[in-house]
Design a protein around this ligand. Structure first.
Ligand SMILES: NC(=O)c1ccc[n+]([C@@H]2O[C@H](COP(=O)([O-])OP(=O)(O)OC[C@H]3O[C@@H](n4cnc5c(N)ncnc54)[C@H](O)[C@@H]3O)[C@@H](O)[C@H]2O)c1
Ligand SMILES: *[C@@H]1O[C@H](CO)[C@@H](O)[C@H](O)[C@H]1NC(C)=O
Ligand SMILES: *[C@@H]1O[C@H](CO)[C@@H](O)[C@H](O)[C@H]1NC(C)=O
Length: 437
């Protein structure tokens, strides 16, 4: 894990969009003769030089650990050709279709949700910053996949308010499917700033832009099962306490739920939070256990399997991606309209939270046994004590609320789902493609 993270800040920064400062002094030649104007001009020049020096100095002396460097990246966007692509991607092609802005569209869940929406004729526009938390070439491959089905992914950051305002200016999105986030539990100890940047600042920025959009979109967004933290009562129900997170990641997702409450209460935004339980499947995330276990088993490398105190079982409510996608689409389809306009609330709006799990936790050691059978390779198991740095001992979703309100009914067991994952993995990483990570 840390090997894969060590090169995080070594990538060249993305070429930025250069914006000319529209200085009033360039066109205002008449006043050049006034000495007051000259004085002002030179003062501004001086100030400008100081500012340039100020902004340049961090990049000429890069600090490898500085998480804010990522937020300094700028992206190319705008222009007639770009707007045309945005419009065309977001165009609704079926009766009663919706137009959805999908953030995190180059991510694992985002790619699957975008493709499913597009397939049924909805308008879909993606947004992703393609950060290198894990191998960006996988994100590029997902982008290429979506491109073939007509989904354009705008390259940019959810904390960029000018970009988001522009997107809402070009398209009157009816819905936002917000999946962009800094995921991962243990990485929060290496780079806490990235969680604040994407999961807090980025989310607030998105909500700010949505609140002023006309019409306001309905928003469905990814929270996480990790909000249940150190709870021991199972299964986890939506009403259970969520005030003892075990990681900064969980804390930022919990914060997101409270922030959602505020924007619903004050501005009338329709908001639905989905607490995903360990999602897996084809095109999945290389930082998750099922994925790197597969890689390491194939390489003959030993894998670390955690166990709790007194040989306690560590288990996860693994949920197959297609089931999650159905839950996401059902949440979008049952979302009521936001009620505010012009940044003001006009009436009460919908606020929901749902567990999306599989309700059938599987011990991690069983996961490994299934992988051994599918890969026809014996794993070198290294049993280790579960460290207290983010992971919880088990997760188990009570999904009766989602069942009732969304018609959510997961139908893929771990064996079947992993078979599909392994098939994808072997074909994706065979034939010239370099190994994951
Ligand atoms: N996969 C799971 O098991 C799981 C479980 C619980 C919750 N979730 C949540 O579901 C959502 C999707 O997860 P995923 O597994 O697809 O993760 P992912 O990392 O594959 O996808 C997230 C995408 O968002 C993008 N992104 C991150 N920060 C951004 C920013 N500031 N601006 C623009 N784009 C940004 C990333 O580049 C990435 O492509 C996330 O919110 C995650 O926290 C996932
Ligand atoms: C997010 O954007 C705002 C406004 O542009 C900026 O002030 C803030 O520093 C950014 N936050 C993070 C954590 O990147
Ligand atoms: C599951 O959640 C529902 C509420 O949605 C609750 O009525 C039920 O008691 C819960 N079941 C269990 C076993 O906790």
């Amino acid at each position: 894990m840390s090997k894969q993270m060590s090169h995080l800040d070594n990538i060249p920064s993305t070429p930025g969009k250069f914006k000319m400062d529209k200085s009033p002094y360039i066109h205002n030649r008449l006043r050049w003769h006034s000495s007051l104007a000259k004085l002002t001009f030179w003062s501004f020049m001086f100030l400008g030089l100081i500012l340039i020096f100020f902004f340049r100095s961090p990049s000429s002396n890069p600090l490898p650990q500085d998480p804010s460097r990522r937020s300094l990246r700028t992206y190319n966007w705008g222009g007639p050709a770009w707007e045309k692509r945005v419009r065309s991607s977001a165009r609704i092609r079926s009766r009663n279709g919706i137009s959805v802005l999908v953030t995190g569209a180059a991510g694992f869940v985002g790619t699957h949700v975008s493709a499913a929406l597009k397939r049924r004729g909805d308008g879909v526009l993606g947004l992703d910053n393609f950060n290198d938390y894990y191998d960006p070439s996988l994100k590029r491959a997902r982008q290429a996949l979506l491109e073939r089905s007509g989904v354009f992914i705008v390259e940019g950051d959810i904390n960029d308010s000018a970009l988001l305002r522009k997107l809402f200016e070009v398209v009157a999105f009816t819905h936002v499917m917000h999946l962009a986030a800094q995921a991962g539990v243990r990485y929060a100890m290496e780079n806490p700033g990235s969680y604040v940047h994407s999961n807090i600042a980025g989310f607030v920025n998105l909500l700010e832009v949505c609140k002023f959009a006309n019409p306001q979109p309905a928003i469905v967004w990814a929270s996480s099962s990790s909000v249940y933290g150190l709870n021991t009562k199972v299964p986890f129900s939506e009403r259970d306490r969520t005030d003892q997170p075990a990681s900064l990641y969980a804390a930022t997702k919990k914060a997101g739920e409270e922030i959602a409450h505020t924007y619903n209460h004050i501005y009338g935004l329709s908001l639905t939070g989905l607490r995903f339980f360990t999602v897996y499947g084809p095109w999945g995330r290389p930082d998750m256990a099922y994925f790197f276990f597969t890689r390491d088993i194939l390489k003959g490398k030993s894998i670390s399997i955690f166990e709790a105190a007194n040989h306690g079982t560590v288990a996860r409510d693994f949920t197959y991606i297609d089931d999650i996608v159905k839950g996401c689409l059902a949440a979008l389809d049952t979302a009521e309209k936001s009620t505010g306009s012009g940044g003001k609330k006009k009436g009460p709006a919908q606020l929901r939270v749902f567990n999306l799990g599989n309700t059938s936790p599987v011990p991690v050691s069983d996961l490994v046994s299934i992988l051994e059978r599918l890969l026809k390779v014996n794993a070198k198991r290294n049993i280790m004590k579960l460290p207290r740095n983010g992971d919880v001992q088990f997760t188990h979703a009570n999904i009766s609320l989602a069942q009732r309100e969304l018609g959510y009914k997961p139908s893929t067991d771990l064996q079947t789902g992993l078979k599909k994952f392994v098939r994808w993995y072997l074909s994706y990483y065979s034939g010239g493609k370099k190994a994951a990570g």
